[in-house]
Design a protein around this ligand. Sequence first.
Ligand code: SAH
Ligand code: SF4
Length: 374
Amino acid sequence: MLSSRHCKTNLYRLTFAELTEFLTAQGEKAYRARQIWHWMYEQRVNRFDAMTNLPGSTIAKLQASATLGSLDLVARQQSRDDTEKRLYRLHDGQFIESVLMPYDDDRMTACISSQAGCAMGCVFCATGQMGYARNLTAGEIFEQAMVFACELHARGERLSNVVFMGMGEPFHNYAASLAALRQLMDRLKIGARHITLSTVGLAPQIRRFADEGLQVSLAVSLHKTDDAQRSALMPVNRRWGIEALLDACRYYVSRTNRRITFEWAAIAGENDTAEEAHRLGLLLSGLLCHVNIIPLNTTGDYAGLPAQSASIKRFSDVLRGYGVSSTVRVRRGIDIDAGCGQLKTAVLGGKQNGKAAAATERARDGAAADDRLR
Ligand code: SAH
Ligand code: SF4
């Protein structure tokens, strides 16, 4: 059942022109749109009654017809390292997660979802294990960052970075992810270089992204250097193998002159050996790139364990020998299931039902079909 909140117009979903139209249709003066826009995105106020230069009658009208946001908070967890994770229910009952991660250098990074669930089926990933439900709209993606931006603003802080590393594959929802990305830049004034989009490796979309002319950072989840083994961990590799993926990455670097980041979820005994590090060094040597090593977060349906720090250090030393830089990312919020998809699994259970399994299959086929049409 829809709550009254969902029958109202969510102003975050409107462009400036649409906001103007929405207000004038209710008999308001057009200049109110500029005032309200300013309150929303400059002042980052998320209540109409805090918009102090609006007359009471306008505020009452807005309260009756509009909302600022539509995400229903279902659960939140705060970790010892101050990482905060949220689980939201969408208007149709789907669930998504977002995370806020403070870093010591004053960065405040929001990690946001691009889909409810994910069709890519990476075996180590809690979101992959739950299957695909649906694409998020640009508004639903943007709003996750907006919520954090407002809360931070209220306590004198600023949302500085956004990463598309929550639930879902942003390039499987390309148009909405790109639209949300532009809203982050235009409305929240987050610099392109402070936004990172992470992909499982959809090669055609990496090329398309390279052609957008954006300075946004790109991260590619690689995790393995051998096709058969990567396919076993990440089924998408059967469609776009490592060579096709790296070709697309080389194209991205040549088009943008930007360094590409490779994500490496370090799994004990699986991809943390010296031999694997040598293969990765050879594969990436000469490419403008960086490797982010993140010890695996254990998840329910995958038996793998995080690599130990000694093998991670050896791994990164070997890479250095090939001129490939790497950093070991601290696992944030490890005590609060802050890995992608893990809060939903903890709160609501992770298993998909038959309907979701069928949707996952359709979505995966659709991704391949989209590509064939290109
Ligand atoms: N779908 C995109 C972005 C979301 S996942 C992608 O796959 O890149 C964000 C990152 O988390 C990816 O690098 C993914 O491989 C990684 N990840 C997923 N599950 C993980 C786990 N259990 N432990 C460590 N990293 C994980
Ligand atoms: Fe999807 Fe990324 Fe998880 Fe793979 S790692 S299942 S692409 S969210």
